[in-house]
Ligand binder design. Structure first.
Ligand code: FAD
Length: 467
């Protein structure tokens, strides 16, 4: 069969992984085709993930801050929410970024093809397009097909009152009673948005902690604040059934903390994401896919088939956009003949809740589990001039050091802008910084970033063999 398109590299999927790989490869002179099943480039992150959620969280933050100022003598009154306008704002933000990607693809002469791709051999990808099937013959492939929300099987998914994060981000309306199943990052971000817009939000989490990946102390200030904003947060509890009735979705629970409400206008299921590795005909290319749909790769992002690479959510945790983009550059560079490897020491995680929670490297819990000898420097924001000035003193900054070398191995921050603050600590870990490097770095006053220097000094105060 004659190929419709011949290329050196085909990239399957145009999320943060896929578009970054395609653009980097093109910049390095590789003739590249980018295949995406949707008309809009950008994948989950730009279209139905990171970006629209942050646009809506911005609205939520403004609403909450305006309300909080009433206690300090500045009142704005009850917010008037024009949901259509707010939705348009979100759509415009997404459009600006996805449109930008289309322009960048053109500028780089990356050929884009809209359609669903499946491998038919180790050098051929068949793409079902609006104009029929097209066969692409490639020398190299980078699989960046991403992930999708886990759908709880017992739920009546054909009822539009049951949604995943994509449905919640559509912002059709503001439901009166919203149930969020799953208290991870995505569930809590959406709970924050809808609570600010006026929904009564109940969160149910199966584990004994919200955002189970982060240290428990970081969660406490968030849990406390959410307690005041949400109708209820229920840990160690499971939603076991959901029935569509005329009045609403009726849910059944099992566990330690059963919510009073059983009838909801909307149920958001945010219990995790599963990789799309099983949907792309990987077997036809000889690429091994795990039972759960992940594709294993080496440090050059190569699959078991040496000329086929995989990146992003598809290759494992953490499923984060910035991990995907870094893996993408490695894969593209290797295709172009460079000797790149993915060797990041750490990948920061951020929950853009209010307050934000950000952490990087080793957590205290991990250190304990692994028996690592660590020391901790902590700076409470009650002592931060800036935090006091913005009336947000619930936060703190925590640095985790290796006891033998005093090098930083991990950090956690809870508080407003924690997500922006964590980057300094990712850099500190990558550079092998010691507590003194951080403590002696002059941080501008009065900023929340000062808390980082102060936390390092707090640790230095506990040790005697520093100089
Ligand atoms: P994806 O973005 O999933 O892209 C894969 C692309 O491949 C999709 O466009 C898909 O249509 C396409 N595709 C799949 N199969 C085929 C096929 N057979 N043929 C053609 N095309 C195909 N991460 C962060 O770092 N920060 C955040 O703030 C953040 N917020 C999030 C909020 C939400 C609500 C969600 C759901 C996720 C969020 N994430 C966030 C996670 C982030 O979106 C993902 O980690 C990231 O999108 C992964 O990128 P990727 O390139 O691996 O795949």
């Amino acid at each position: 069969r004659k190929a419709d398109i011949e290329c050196k590299l085909v990239v399957l999927g145009s999320g943060p992984g896929g578009y970054t790989a395609a653009f980097r490869a093109a910049d390095l002179g590789v003739d590249t085709v980018l295949v995406e099943r949707y008309a809009s480039l950008g994948g989950v992150c730009l279209n139905v993930g990171c970006i629209p959620s942050k646009a809506l969280l911005h609205a939520a933050a403004v609403i909450d801050e305006a309300a909080a100022m009433a206690a300090h003598g500045v009142s704005f009154g009850k917010p008037a929410i024009d949901i259509d306008k707010l939705r348009s704002f979100k759509t415009k933000v997404v459009g600006q970024l996805t449109g930008g990607l289309a322009t960048m693809a053109k500028q780089r002469k990356v050929r884009t093809l809209e359609g669903t791709g499946t491998f038919v051999s180790s050098n051929e990808l068949e793409v079902q397009t609006k104009d029929g099937a097209k066969l692409i013959r490639f020398e190299y492939a980078i699989i960046a097909a991403g992930s999708q929300s886990v759908k709880l099987p017992a739920f009546p998914w054909d009822d539009e009152r049951i949604v995943d994060s994509t449905g919640a981000l559509e912002l059709r309306d503001v439901p009166k009673q919203l149930l969020v199943v799953g208290g991870g990052i995505i569930g809590l971000e959406m709970a924050t948005v809808y609570a600010a817009l006026g929904s009564e939000v109940t969160v149910v989490e199966f584990m004994d902690q919200l955002i189970p990946g982060a240290d428990a102390d970081l969660i406490r200030p968030l849990a406390k604040r959410l307690g005041g904003k949400l109708k209820g947060v229920h840990l160690k509890t499971k939603v076991v059934s959901a029935k569509a009735t005329k009045k609403g979705i009726e849910v059944g629970y099992e566990g330690d903390s059963i919510p009073a409400t059983t009838l909801f206008d909307r149920v958001l299921v945010s219990v995790g994401r599963s990789p799309n590795g099983g949907m792309i005909g990987a077997d036809k290319a000889g690429v091994a896919v795990t039972e759960r749909g992940f594709i294993n790769v080496d440090s050059q992002m190569r699959t078991n088939v040496p000329h086929i690479f995989a990146i992003g959510d598809l290759v494992g945790q953490p499923m984060l956009a910035h991990k995907a983009t870094h893996e993408a550059k490695v894969a593209a560079e290797v295709v172009a003949g460079m000797k790149s490897h993915f060797d990041a020491r750490v990948i920061p995680s951020v929950a853009y809740t209010d307050p934000e929670i950000a952490w990087v490297g080793v957590t205290e819990r991990e250190a304990k589990e692994k028996g690592l000898k660590i020391g901790v420097g902590k700076f409470p924001w009650t002592a931060s001039g800036r935090a006091i000035g913005i009336d947000r003193t619930e936060g703190f900054t925590k640095l985790i050091f290796d006891e033998a070398t005093h090098r930083i191995v991990g950090a956690g921050i809870v508080g407003v802008h924690a997500g922006d603050l964590i980057s300094e600590l990712a850099l500190a870990i990558e550079m092998g910084s010691e507590a003194a490097d951080i403590g002696l770095t002059i941080h501008p006053h009065p900023t929340l970033s000062e808390s980082i220097g102060m936390a390092a000094e707090a640790y230095e105060g506990t040790i005697t063999d520093l100089y």
